[in-house]
Write a protein that binds this ligand. Structure first.
Ligand SMILES: Cc1cc2nc3c(=O)[nH]c(=O)nc-3n(C[C@H](O)[C@H](O)[C@H](O)COP(=O)(O)OP(=O)(O)OC[C@H]3O[C@@H](n4cnc5c(N)ncnc54)[C@H](O)[C@@H]3O)c2cc1C
Length: 375
């Protein structure tokens, strides 16, 4: 299942089989003069079947949505062996339950996705990337509003990194230059794009002037070239790698809260972590434009591994409790799998769990599909 079956620039669609990598699908769209906007760190290896089954998100969700928002049609093999030929490319189709969405994010528990029709978009003609020092998480929320208002929703990425994230990346990748002189509690990496050439840079410069006047930004840089933009992204992309290089075990929480709750969540979670594990280092970064924070926790400098692991085992729950207080989700984009299966039943309402189990029982009464995952 490695074929691109069709690319239709007129329909702005691409039909790919499940084993096509995301990078190959993006490349095929590009060759046809179109953009497949789904973009994640694993795009060279992950497959269309996988990204749909995990409803992958990534860095462009703020503008284009996640995998679910990008699928128009689906072909799947059901647990009873029948094939559902749902590969249509309709933008409007109000004929009852939208079955494709059952398979998106189902983690393979309802059937095997074999192919999909994905939405394409015009390719951006101009891109502006900026990395900004931000005095607080609340300032970052204000900056996001300002950026979206003044650019007409032109932000394609809005990534937040706390100071500890940038420090850790620079420690483990010493060849990378510090992106802005001023040290700040947070940094925002924003990418704007536009289909029209020649207007975007002026818009961004003007909104940044306002941001400086309003003191929601204290320093910053705008990339002058694609290479410089790539350099700014390198810091963000290396966050996970930098954590892997740290000698202490890392607690990983992939959470989301409503955007307005991001400052409160970060403040409350930081306080809860410090109470439970004084000196633990919070590496908080991620897609703040979607309210999605990768809230990861490393042990205190020089922590003894066994003692830290024991403490660490409680921290995920503690952070998830704070997420619940802020009306959030314990899995923003990485799914449930086996690790969060039990916790899911505690965090979701009985009504939600009943509906999910009923759907599973209706489509897969023998429990053949990916047993032990999700439900
Ligand atoms: C470096 C890195 C960066 C990442 N960044 C992001 C990010 O920014 N945002 C994000 O959302 N995710 C991110 N991810 C995780 C990402 O969600 C997965 O890499 C990808 O979505 C899963 O695709 P896969 O082909 O690897 O699937 P697998 O890992 O092979 O499978 C994932 C699940 O889908 C099921 N599945 C796979 N194929 C099918 C199919 N054809 N039919 C039915 N079920 C199927 C599997 O059974 C499994 O339950 C990242 C991962 C890495 C390694």
């Amino acid at each position: 299942m490695r074929r691109i079956r069709a690319v239709s620039p007129e329909d702005f669609t691409l039909t790919a089989e499940a084993g096509v990598t995301l990078a190959e699908a993006r490349g095929a769209a590009e060759e046809a003069g179109r953009l497949l906007p789904l973009s994640i760190g694993s795009e060279g290896t992950c497959n269309i079947g996988g990204v749909l089954s995990t409803n992958a998100g990534g860095v462009n969700v703020i503008r284009y949505g996640n995998a679910r928002d990008l699928v128009l049609g689906l072909e799947a093999v059901l647990p009873d062996g029948r094939i559902w030929h749902g590969l249509n490319s309709l933008r409007k189709n109000n004929t009852g339950y939208d079955l494709k969405h059952l398979f998106v994010g189902a983690e393979g528990t309802l059937g095997i996705v074999t192919a999909a029709v994905l939405k394409l978009f015009p390719r951006p003609a101009e891109r502006v990337t900026t990395l900004l020092a931000v005095p607080s998480a609340q300032a970052a929320v204000s900056l996001l509003s300002l950026a979206q208002e003044r650019s007409g929703g032109g932000a394609t990425s809005f990534e937040l990194m706390n100071a500890a994230t940038v420090d850790l990346v620079l420690e483990h990748f010493p060849d990378l230059p510090r992106p802005v002189e001023t040290r700040a509690p947070f940094y925002a990496l924003i990418e704007f794009s536009s289909g029209m050439k020649g207007t975007l840079r002026g818009v961004v410069e003007s909104l940044l002037e306002t941001a400086f006047e309003d003191e929601i930004v204290t320093d910053g840089t705008i990339a002058e070239s694609e290479a410089q933009a790539e350099g700014l992204w390198t810091i963000r992309h290396n966050a996970t790698e930098a954590m892997k290089n740290d000698p202490t075990y890392c607690v990983k929480c992939d959470v989301s809260v409503p955007i307005r709750h991001v400052p409160g969540f970060l403040k409350d979670a930081d306080a809860a972590v410090e109470r439970e594990a004084p000196g633990a280092r919070v590496i908080a970064f991620g897609h703040m434009g979607d309210g999605n924070i990768h809230y990861d926790i490393l042990g205190p400098e020089g922590a003894e591994d066994a003692a830290w692991r024991q403490k660490a085992s409680r921290l995920e729950r503690i952070v998830h409790d704070v997420v619940a207080e802020h009306e959030g989700s314990i899995s923003a984009e990485h799914g449930i799998g086996q690790l969060k299966r039990e916790e899911l039943t505690e965090r979701k309402s009985a009504v939600e769990m009943d509906m999910m189990r009923a759907i599973k029982a209706a489509l897969d009464p023998q429990g053949l599909m990916n047993p032990g995952k999700l439900l």
